[in-house]
Design a protein around this ligand. Structure first.
Ligand SMILES: [Fe+2]
Ligand SMILES: [Fe+2]
Length: 220
């Protein structure tokens, strides 16, 4: 009985964090697409890769939403503190994703490259994390979760390779040591502080709206 409660809580926390990050992923990619269409108008292949990336993240979001619906529970309330990309953008650009100045990024080659590297590192981290999850027996004991993470794992290389190849094609560094250090630190904060804190916060409320239906869902 205690184990059943622990297990359910663990899944709720994991799925709530994933749901947030998938939602943040596909909605933020709209901003990136806007920048790429302006910066690389003659590179429709690159644009198509990012459109596919967005479609995948949207699909992932729907899979986690569906998982909660099957459970008959809503996700736990979380905020951008659990968002890897939110923390990374804040670190590199000193602003939130919503405050990113697309026009400035497009006009400043260094910033555009930085944005590509931030997305590439975030997605590489996501891929490595899914590999760990696929070896986790507790998570794999839920057949629907198992299927979700197998699909995510299959999609994930298409999410960092376009940015990596773009940087390589243009002779740009694919990552700087300080960006790798930022990525590593953010990951540790999420895994060692945010995730356990959410797990232990028994009074944590559940969301009342789905973020794809209500833009303010994460603010309720
Ligand atoms: Fe995803
Ligand atoms: Fe991804």
């Amino acid at each position: 009985m205690i184990f059943a409660g622990f297990r359910q809580r663990y899944f709720d926390v994991l799925a709530s964090i994933y749901l947030y990050n998938e939602f943040r992923g596909y909605t933020s990619l709209d901003r990136v697409l806007e920048a790429v269409r302006l910066r690389c108008p003659d590179d429709p292949a690159f644009q198509a890769e990012i459109e596919k990336h967005r479609a995948d993240e949207h699909k992932h979001y729907r899979m986690f939403r569906r998982w909660f619906e099957r459970q008959g529970r809503m996700p736990l309330v979380v905020d951008r503190g659990v968002g890897h990309i939110d923390r990374f953008i804040q670190w590199v650009f000193q602003c939130s994703i919503d405050e990113l100045d697309t026009a400035k990024i497009v006009a400043t080659p260094d910033q555009f490259e930085q944005l590509c590297r931030v997305i590439m590192l975030t997605e590489q981290r996501g891929y490595a994390q899914v590999e760990i999850i696929l070896k986790n027996r507790l998570i794999m004991s839920d057949p629907v979760m198992k299927r979700i993470f197998q699909i995510v794992h299959k999609d994930e290389p298409d999410h960092f390779l376009p940015y990596q190849r773009w940087l390589e094609r243009h002779g740009r560094a694919t990552a700087r040591w300080n960006e790798r250090a930022a990525d590593w630190t953010i990951h540790k904060v999420l895994m060692l502080a945010k995730l356990p804190a959410l797990f232990l916060d028994s009074g944590r409320e559940r969301m009342t709206h789905w973020p794809d239906e209500d833009p303010a869902a994460y603010a309720h």
